[in-house]
Design a binder for this molecule. Structure first.
Ligand SMILES: [Zn+2]
Length: 430
């Protein structure tokens, strides 16, 4: 019954939107009629959402439907805010790949580009222009000691990454990143406990000095960790978020208490860690009938990639930790770490949601972790919610993903800044 309803909706939508641009496609004003609405936190019964000039202007059945706007029937479907992926690494093409799968905002967590990239990201995300790309926020390059993560990868990239040596001035290093346009600061705190290469971590006191410098500039301090001890150091020194749930242990009570006391959050990256555990989630995504035709060759390639050494015991541990963080009241934010092995920009947010539910979040809480929650914690006040004044970054999916999280994959329509997004790959190049 479900699938028949979905086909009918798809046909109804297709009938209203032939391939050539219609007024609904060409303009960023329209009404979605009769869809359920997940507003970033709560589910509303079928109602209407009015979008004008790229912004959401009204929700509800009371405001009269404007007769100058095209109407889209949303019966049987759910309207959601565009997804925010709280941990990615962008490269050319990444933001177009992200948008085709419903990620309308990508939070980059280490980017080799400098001032020009940051300025271009900012120009796009403050505009309401028609675009084929997700908006981007970035840390630019992070703070790491000589020999620290990701210097083991940098030789492969053919670049030398900036590092903060013991004799270097912390404030000057942080200020340089912020002046270049970093929206938040990523700090690397990793050693060789998990990986196979020798890595240098900061001493705990030095880590504290860096976090205080970041806070002095009113930025969030996000600390990359791999072990519970590194997470403990980060929280003890005042980090706002850790990037990656740690891999060596299940989060213990002491750590949960420390995170809570700090009002700190966890960016999950369950997708990449599931691949490190050797699971097949990424292959299931690749084979999904709503995905296959829309994956770029780069997305197919990174989704199919595997780690040389797989650790099956990892999956249970990371899911249990995320479940414990969530149950304790520590916010968890959906982040995929695309395009690392077993992930792809855009596509992987759907896997991250599935894994959040496997970790013990309700589907609604998982959706919150990819919409309104990251918007609030990162201070993105124009997105992540369906509310008057928000930019119309929207997804329409068949069925109700607050009942079954896998329904997010049944994408019927995506809008960025109120403009319909073409999912077809043939239309990908501008
Ligand atoms: Zn990463």
């Amino acid at each position: 019954m479900h699938s028949v309803a979905m086909v009918l909706i798809a046909l109804a939508l297709l009938a209203g939107t032939p391939a050539a641009a219609t007024p609904a496609e060409a303009h960023n004003s329209f009404v979605v009629v009769g869809a359920k609405v997940f507003d970033g936190a709560e589910l509303h019964p079928p109602t209407n959402v009015i979008v004008r000039d790229g912004l959401i202007v009204a929700i509800g059945t009371d405001p009269p439907l404007p007769d100058d706007l095209p109407q889209l029937q949303g019966k049987g479907a759910t309207l959601l805010p565009g997804f925010i992926d709280s941990h990615v690494h962008v490269f050319p093409g990444a933001q177009a790949d992200a948008l085709r799968f419903g990620v309308t905002t990508a939070l980059d967590m280490y980017h080799l580009g400098g001032r020009d990239s940051a300025a271009a990201f900012k120009a796009q995300r403050t505009s309401l222009s028609k675009t084929r790309e997700a908006d981007t926020f970035t840390s630019l390059t992070g703070v790491t000691p000589p020999g620290g993560h990701p210097s083991q990868m940098a030789s492969g990239w053919g670049v030398e990454i900036p590092t903060l040596a013991a004799e270097d001035d912390v404030d000057a290093f942080v200020r340089e990143r912020i002046e270049a346009g970093a929206d938040y600061i990523k700090i690397m705190q990793d050693d060789s406990t998990i990986g196979e290469t020798e890595l240098v971590a900061f001493g705990e006191a030095r880590l504290g000095e860096i976090i205080r410098a970041v806070h002095a500039h009113q930025r969030l301090a996000i600390v990359h960790v791999s072990t519970q001890e590194q997470a403990r150091q980060a929280f003890a020194q005042g980090a706002d978020m850790i990037a990656h749930v740690f891999q060596d242990k299940v989060a213990d009570d002491e750590l949960l208490a420390l995170a809570l006391k700090n009002d700190a959050a966890v960016i999950t990256t369950l997708s990449v860690l599931a691949r490190a555990a050797g699971t097949e989630h990424a292959d299931t995504l690749s084979a999904h009938p709503k995905f296959t035709d829309h994956l770029s060759s780069f997305q197919s390639q990174t989704l199919g990639a595997r780690f040389p050494r797989e650790r099956p015991q990892l999956l249970g541990r990371i899911l249990e930790s995320i479940g414990r963080f969530h149950a304790a009241g520590v916010p968890v934010l959906a982040g995929s770490d695309a395009p690392n092995p077993g992930t792809a920009h855009g596509a992987s947010i759907h896997q991250e949601l599935e894994l959040l539910v496997a970790a013990g979040l309700s589907p609604k809480q998982a959706l919150h972790a990819a919409t309104a929650l990251p918007a609030r914690l990162f201070g993105l006040d124009d997105r992540g919610r369906i509310a008057p004044g928000m930019r119309a970054d929207l997804l329409l999916v068949a069925g109700d993903p607050t009942e079954d999280i896998l329904q997010t994959r049944e994408l019927l329509r995506i809008w960025k800044n109120g403009y319909g997004v073409q999912r077809a790959l043939s239309d990908e190049t501008p």
